[in-house]
Write a protein of this length. Structure first.
Length: 420
């Protein structure tokens, strides 16, 4: 082989080698860029208790809008029934896999704080002044530190079928005794005068607590006259067939559907059930008023709080702040039918249901001068279970006497508080 051919071959080989090295460099650089991009792309995990379709869609829409503004961020939302929160959060905390942001009812925030789920949030006077005056901050605080923020208020109301009430010449009930009397008068064959959710302990305990505290009682005096009367009222409603027989299998959403279909004429439910009533397509004229007050004229501030977990990634705090941006927050409140906790956000009352309080709904609950009540207990999970068991026992047709049920429930509550 001539020297010239050898040189040409060597040159060709060198050229091929250079091309291969260059391609390998490009591939390596692309891999490096993809790796860097993956590292820069974060996932924010949110745990929420919503079951209604519109609630889920509204939160997901806010997450999608955020993702469009932050292309390297993904927001993943997981919906867990709130009665399963303690078990789920406890397991994930042990595994170090908790969500970054948790939305929960105001009742269960205190025990979750005690479990060490949430990290401390910095609160400034400017930030706190955004909220409506009179908010019970104790639900999100411990030892003077903030571990969460009020997110929405979702008050319990007495809903009633206006046609049924008017045809029977009944005024909207303002006491529990009036609810029983009205329930007897407006029920018909196949329908029931009154209902409340008794499937989940937390919902049942909220209902019973409202009955109890409206009479001036408390969970520390269940075996006194006020607690005994609450159990007696439930037993009387069962005996008079005012309550649907399947109440122990009825959630708040189930109850709202039964009300929309005319099976129940009055119910105690949260404001947010309006989304279920609207989606049902009911043509019923709906009235709403405060939960009856016997001795104390209180408004019951229940709703949802939100917080960052101790293992939340940095991006989660930015998303949390995004949810409180005026336009985003206003859309969340009005789509979910919950009262805004920020004073500069208006609540748009729906035409499908008329509130018959002294003023408009927002003012009555958040800005009025009435005493505001929010049950705070670090032992809420076990207290709610004890109260729920007591109420479900009272719903049994041949249940024990009201005084015995009150004493048994008081003892169960006492043990729950001591053990926590």
């Amino acid at each position: 082989m001539s020297r010239k051919k050898i040189l040409w071959g060597a040159a060709a080989f060198t050229g091929v080698l250079i091309v291969v090295v260059f391609l390998l460099f490009l591939h390596s650089d692309a891999r490096k860029n993809r790796k860097q991009e993956r590292e820069e792309t974060g996932t924010i995990r949110v745990m929420a208790p919503y079951s209604a379709g519109i609630h889920k869609k509204t939160l997901e829409a806010a997450a999608q809008d955020y993702e469009e503004k932050h292309p390297k961020i993904s927001v993943q939302i997981e919906y867990i029934p709130e009665e399963s929160y303690k078990r789920e959060i406890g397991l994930r905390q042990d595994e170090g896999t908790n969500a970054d942001i948790i939305i929960c009812s105001s009742s269960i925030m205190p025990p979750l704080i005690q479990m060490g789920v949430f990290r401390e949030l910095q609160m400034t006077p400017v930030k706190r002044n955004r909220y409506v005056q009179g908010i019970p901050w104790e639900n999100v605080m411990d030892d003077g530190k903030y571990y969460g923020l009020p997110f929405f208020y979702d008050p319990y109301l007495l809903f009633y079928n206006k046609k049924s009430v008017e045809e029977n010449q009944i005024e909207p009930p303002s006491t529990w005794e009036e609810i029983i009397r009205a329930g007897v008068r407006i029920q018909t064959l196949g329908t029931y005068g009154f209902g409340f959710a008794a499937k989940n302990s937390e919902e049942t305990a909220q209902f019973f607590s409202m009955m109890l505290y409206s009479r001036g009682g408390s969970i520390y005096s269940l075996d006194q006259a006020q607690g005994i009367q609450c159990f007696q009222d439930i037993k009387d409603m069962v005996q008079m067939s005012i309550l649907p027989p399947n109440l122990i299998n009825t959630s708040q959403e189930d109850l709202a559907r039964s009300f929309a279909e005319g099976e129940v004429h009055m119910m105690v439910n949260q404001l947010s059930c309006l989304t279920v009533l609207e989606s049902s397509g009911t043509s019923m004229e709906i009235g709403m008023t405060r939960i009856p007050g016997e001795i104390t004229d209180m408004v019951y501030l229940t709703g949802q709080n939100i917080g960052l977990t101790v293992n939340a990634r940095e991006e989660a705090e930015d998303f949390l702040e995004y949810l409180y941006e005026p336009e985003v927050y206003k859309k969340l409140c009005n789509s979910m039918d919950m009262l805004p906790v920020l004073h500069d956000i208006a609540y748009e009352e729906k035409a499908t249901a008329e509130y018959t309080g002294e003023t408009d709904l927002r003012t009555d609950f958040l800005e009025g001068t009435n005493e505001k009540f929010s049950l705070v207990s670090d032992a809420w999970f076990s207290v709610a279970e004890a109260l729920g068991d007591g109420v479900r026992a009272a719903l049994e047709t041949n249940s024990r006497g009201a005084e015995e049920l009150a004493q048994e429930t008081q003892e169960a509550v006492r043990i729950s508080i001591l053990e926590n």
